[in-house]
Design a protein around this ligand. Structure first.
Ligand SMILES: Cc1cc2nc3c(=O)[nH]c(=O)nc-3n(C[C@H](O)[C@H](O)[C@H](O)COP(=O)(O)OP(=O)(O)OC[C@H]3O[C@@H](n4cnc5c(N)ncnc54)[C@H](O)[C@@H]3O)c2cc1C
Length: 388
């Protein structure tokens, strides 16, 4: 590979790795730069749910459905070590009114390509034998899946092959521009690297990277805690969560929201995630958030009441004010592309994002025929005050 790549990707999380993978497959040479390690940002804190079940009909659902298909292809192309499991999701409702609302939501999703199956309360425990006995019912979403995000990011980078160079432990401190304001590369702690295109895949730090390029993108961190139990036999088969989780995800409030998503893992520990609050990059432990998550998980699965939590960790979701990511070229800075701001869905949405970026640069993967309208993700939309 010659010294100057076609493309520089800033960020070696799952989104940057996916951009690099699809760009390399489209024939571009790519250098990925991260000031830390592969998946050392939010990706390493994510649970790896690949969900369509929590998405309202609209642009994010379309992106998720596209990404779901791409994850299935990737599961064939990448090693089994990425722990892709097409295990489906089960959303449950505690009482009649909640079940009616969940049923209406699922019916609207079904009209937009989501597979749904209503499960009456008395049949829930055929699906999940350890669920609380008094739930009103639920909806099964067979398209929901699971992946190990850090391994997925690492294997996407490896699968990019010899068109990819990976530079870790190197911070991008400047985006270099030419006489007409066009991107010419980046300056890092190790010197200059030139390329005609730079992709901002800096996750929760995407706003800072944008500012280095002289443009505004209002990415902010939305903190989340995850509780990890001691290893257990498989007491939770799918990913299971209560219907009110969807409202938490869509909320614009900075205040603490919790609605437990419970899932077993092949290694045994049960993951209970995740809280949501906007408190900047504050990592200090919130006992309130953890207590609420644990209480909600036990209400869904009473068997967890006597199980020990071994550890907890926090991460920062890259939040944009309209809950949609920024994907694509930035008209304010030619040569700059953004692939960030995926909030709590970046693992699920990474393949579609990478493919859109690669397609935008080469037009060679789908012959210019993307299966969705990407204008809702345009990075300059906040300049005009749209969608806020
Ligand atoms: C608790 C929790 C649970 C979650 N669960 C899920 C889930 O189940 N499913 C799902 O889809 N999503 C989930 N998410 C969200 C998901 O983890 C993120 O959306 C996703 O990981 C974002 O990936 P990314 O590659 O954009 O960012 P990151 O993984 O944060 O990568 C960005 C990288 O950019 C690097 N960087 C930043 N600035 C610079 C610079 N100036 N120079 C060099 N490098 C730089 C950072 O070091 C970092 O490695 C969860 C998030 C949290 C916090």
């Amino acid at each position: 590979m010659r010294n100057a790549p076609d493309l520089i990707v800033v960020g070696a999380g799952v989104v940057g790795a996916s951009c690099a993978y699809y760009a390399a497959r489209a024939g571009l040479t790519v250098t990925v730069i991260d000031r830390g390690s592969v998946a050392g940002g939010t990706t390493g804190a994510g649970e790896g749910n690949l969900l369509v079940s929590d998405k309202e009909p609209g642009p994010e659902l379309e992106l998720a459905l596209y990404s779901t298909r791409l994850w299935r292809e990737l599961a064939e192309a990448l090693p089994a070590r990425i722990e892709y499991e097409a295990k489906g999701g089960l959303v449950v409702a505690s009482d009649g009114p909640a079940m009616t609302a969940l049923g209406d939501f699922a019916a609207r999703q079904a009209r937009h390509g989501v597979s749904t199956e209503t499960v009456p309360g008395e049949r829930l425990r055929e699906r999940e034998p350890h669920l609380a006995p008094d739930l009103a019912g639920g909806v099964h979403y067979p398209q929901d899946a699971q992946v190990q995000p850090a391994l997925a990011a690492a294997h996407l980078l490896r699968a990019a092959g010899d068109r990819l160079r990976l530079r870790l432990g190197e911070e991008v401190t400047e985006v270099l521009t030419g006489p007409s304001g066009e991107v010419r590369g980046v300056r890092t702690s190790a010197g200059e690297l030139h390329a005609p295109y730079v992709v901002n895949a800096a996750g929760s730090w995407g706003g800072e990277l944008a500012r280095l390029a002289g443009v505004e993108l209002p990415v902010r961190p939305r903190r989340g805690f995850v509780l990890v139990t001691e290893p257990l036999p498989r007491v939770v088969r799918r990913k299971v969560y209560a219907a009110d989780y969807v409202a938490d995800v869509a909320s614009d409030s900075a205040a603490l929201q919790t609605s437990a998503v419970v899932e077993g893992t092949p290694a045994g520990p049960v993951l209970i995630g995740a809280s949501r609050e906007r408190v900047g990059f504050d990592r200090s432990l919130s006992v309130t958030a953890l207590r609420r998550l644990a209480g909600q998980a036990v209400r869904l699965f009473p068997v967890l009441a006597t199980v020990r939590a071994l550890r907890t960790y926090a991460g920062f979701r890259p939040y944009l004010p309209d809950h949609l990511p920024a994907i694509g070229p930035d008209p304010r800075r030619p040569g700059l592309l953004h692939a960030c701001g995926h909030e709590g869905a970046g693992i699920g949405l990474a393949p579609a994002t990478g493919r859109i970026i690669a397609e935008g640069l080469t037009g060679s993967l789908t012959g210019g025929q993307l299966p969705l309208d990407i204008t809702p993700f345009r990075p300059d939309r906040f300049d005009r005050g749209d969608d806020l």
